[in-house]
Design a protein around this ligand. Structure first.
Ligand code: ADP
Ligand code: MG
Length: 267
């Protein structure tokens, strides 16, 4: 006795129901089912499992694209033994994402090449995998998006967009000094997100030098730092540049040159 359904019809139904992963794995799993004598329910269960897993992957891929990471590296790819000034336990604690849930702030500071952006992206990826919305932006990119006039409707729109993600990563505070109007925008953004949305900030400058970034405005800078530091984890990385280490190993540059270009580094 037969159901009368042909293979082609089954495939058509799967297509109409958008069970695209079932379509892909049907042949393999049908063959496996008969070889291993799975029950019908087991077979159906396996097919649905595959479909659910593929959908989860697709959702994550979309979230990861929306996060706008400049490149992707995980926390597992971070070599903590290279950077002993980082308390690995602190980073592992951050990776539990309690700071995201509690709308707290992570500040990563240190000289170029010590892994600030890598750690920020690694934590961002963990948040994406946990289903949070994440957005990564450098401070200079952000500055370029701020309209010069506060009454411009795009001002409120940008503020709204950047207030939205559960985790906002602002990279590279300190490389580009901001205008007074952009500094005020950043202050507004920090006020909006304060105790509402988690943030990770990275900077090559110590907090004492942040006023130089925010148009020399000491009062505004103090107000920004006050809110950022209130519920925060600060990781100050003091160590050698991983980028230079790579180059030294490859023989692209010689050790004295590397030392000369990194005066702030401990050897
Ligand atoms: P920063 O943002 O502090 O300037 P990055 O995070 O961009 O530094 O790191 C520079 C490069 O070196 C990146 O490719 C990063 O993945 C790598 N890197 C830095 N530190 C480490 C580390 N401890 N283990 C593995 N890779 C590292
Ligand atoms: Mg960086």
């Amino acid at each position: 006795m037969t159901t009368g359904l042909t293979y082609l019809e089954v495939q058509k139904h799967l297509e109409q129901l958008k069970l695209t992963q079932v379509q892909v794995v049907l042949d393999r799993l049908a063959e496996e089912a008969s070889r291993r004598q799975w029950s019908y329910i087991e077979f159906l269960g396996k097919l649905l499992e595959e479909e659910m897993a593929a959908r989860q992957e697709r959702r994550l891929a979309v979230k990861q694209r929306l996060a706008h990471f400049p490149w992707v590296k995980t926390l597992d790819q971070f070599d903590f033994s290279f950077q002993p000034s980082i308390d690995e336990k602190k980073v592992r604690e951050l990776a539990t994402l309690r700071f995201v849930e509690q709308a707290e702030v992570v500040l990563l500071t240190g000289p170029p090449g010590v892994g600030k952006t890598h750690l920020a992206i690694g934590l961002g990826l963990e948040a994406v995998r946990a289903g949070y919305s994440v957005y990564f932006i450098t401070l200079s990119e952000l500055a370029d998006q701020v309209p010069p006039d506060r009454t411009d409707p795009r001002w409120a729109e940008r503020l709204r967009v950047l207030s939205h993600p559960r985790l906002l990563i602002i990279d590279e505070v300190g490389y580009v000094p901001l205008s007074p109007i952009v500094s005020y925008f950043v202050f507004s953004l920090v006020c909006r997100r304060y105790e509402k949305g988690a943030m990770i900030w990275t900077s090559n400058k110590g907090f004492a030098d942040w006023a130089g970034v925010f148009a020399g405005d000491e009062v505004l800078t103090a107000a920004i730092l006050d809110r950022l530091l209130h519920h925060s984890t600060v990781i100050n990385i003091r160590g050698r540049s991983y980028r230079l280490q790579d180059k030294l190993r490859a023989g692209t540059i010689s050790a004295p040159t590397a030392a000369a270009t990194q005066p702030g580094e401990r050897e």
